[in-house]
Ligand binder design. Structure first.
Ligand code: DAH
Length: 345
């Protein structure tokens, strides 16, 4: 029995040294020290020994076990270290490889144009004012000289929520709200925001779109101030050699009212497909604030006067960048959106 134990020990020690991987070594442990291993077998066979020999054999078995375990553990430390080193080696990161460029988004083309217009007016001393999209009939119409039943209300088909509340059809109610809040003081604001109309969507109409309203109220504000301001705007947005022309028009909240055209930026005025052969492109509506509008908001229309204008940034962006369908702004097709990278504008 003693000889068998020695033999087993030598065998185990040899296999431990021969094991090349953690897995192989674990197999050796299971094979020799496990419950079904030969050393355990020897222990089990001790019952057959005469009683006086048992303690000696027991001690010997324990000795062999200890020796094999020690050798195994030492080898395990070595092999584990080796395995870690191999793994580190194989996972080495080549820090000299160029990185993958991170994809960055870019502002929506409409946001761009709105911000461009905002920056221009901010540079001329305007402030930005905002108002609610769910608006009172009073501010959307009545305070703008459009009493209930006024035929000009039909110019703007509306989404009513209740009889007195609707989705605003234009940004002009922000004029009325600001005037009311300012209590007779001078004003110089632009009001960008979303507006809603009951229109069927097509290439040039959308039930929701954007407007930017402008309002200046003060002493001695005249039509010539409006004209100068719009001229600067036209040149900044569409090129220094743009000319503007004002055509008589009608809006209930301004008197007189005008529509502003710019000389065609594509053909310079000789006539092309962009200006429909007229040489002029319609850009926005404007006028001198109607005395009724001033008075309703608590202004003395004898002392203070004002001009106002309203424009659609979608139309401006479409003209500027040759976009043929307004729906492109809202469907968020990345093939469209990524054409407006920072560097291109
Ligand atoms: N609110 C008008 C519209 O949506 C646009 C407009 C025209 C605004 C003339 C103005 C203005 O402030 O003076 O059709």
């Amino acid at each position: 029995m003693e000889a068998r134990l020695q033999e087993l020990k030598n065998e185990a020690l040899e296999k431990i040294q021969a094991a090349q991987t953690v897995k192989e070594l674990t197999d050796v442990r299971v094979a020799y020290l496990g419950k079904k291993g030969p050393i355990t077998d020897v222990l089990k066979g001790m019952g057959k020994l005469p009683a006086e020999e048992r303690p000696k054999m027991g001690a010997l078995v324990n000795e062999v076990r200890a020796e094999v375990t020690e050798s195994l553990e030492a080898r395990m430390v070595l092999l584990e270290e080796q395995a870690i080193n191999e793994k580190l080696q194989s996972e080495t990161i080549d820090i000299s490889l160029p990185g993958r460029p991170a994809k960055t988004g870019n502002p929506h083309p409409l946001t761009r144009v709105v911000e461009e217009i905002e920056d221009l007016f901010l540079s001329m001393g305007y402030e930005i004012a905002e108002g609610p999209e769910v608006e009172k009939d009073y501010y959307n119409f009545e305070a703008l000289n459009l009493p209930k039943g006024h035929p000009a209300r039909d110019m703007q088909d509306s989404f009513y929520i209740t009889e007195d509340i609707l989705l605003r059809t234009h940004t002009s109610p922000v004029q009325a709200r600001t005037m009311e809040a300012k209590g007779g003081e001078p004003i110089k604001i632009i009001c960008p925001g979303k507006v809603y109309r009951r229109d069927n969507d097509d290439a040039t109409h959308s039930h929701q779109f954007t407007q930017i309203e402008g309002l200046v109220v003060g002493e001695d504000i005249r039509m010539s101030d409006l004209k100068g301001t719009l001229s600067i705007f036209a040149k900044k947005m569409f090129g220094e050699d743009r000319e503007i022309r004002l055509r008589p028009s009608f809006f209930p909240f301004t008197e007189p009212s005008v529509e502003m055209d710019i000389s065609c930026f594509k053909c310079g005025g000789s006539g092309c497909n962009v200006c429909k052969k007229t040489g002029w492109i319609e850009i926005l509506g404007a006028g001198m604030v109607h005395p009724n509008v001033l008075e309703m908001a608590g202004y003395d229309s004898k002392r203070l006067t004002g001009f106002a204008f309203g424009m659609g940034p979608e139309r401006i962006a479409m003209l500027k960048y040759g976009i043929e369908d307004i729906r492109h702004f809202y469907t968020n097709d990345v093939r469209f959106l990524t054409q407006f990278q920072r560097t291109e504008l």
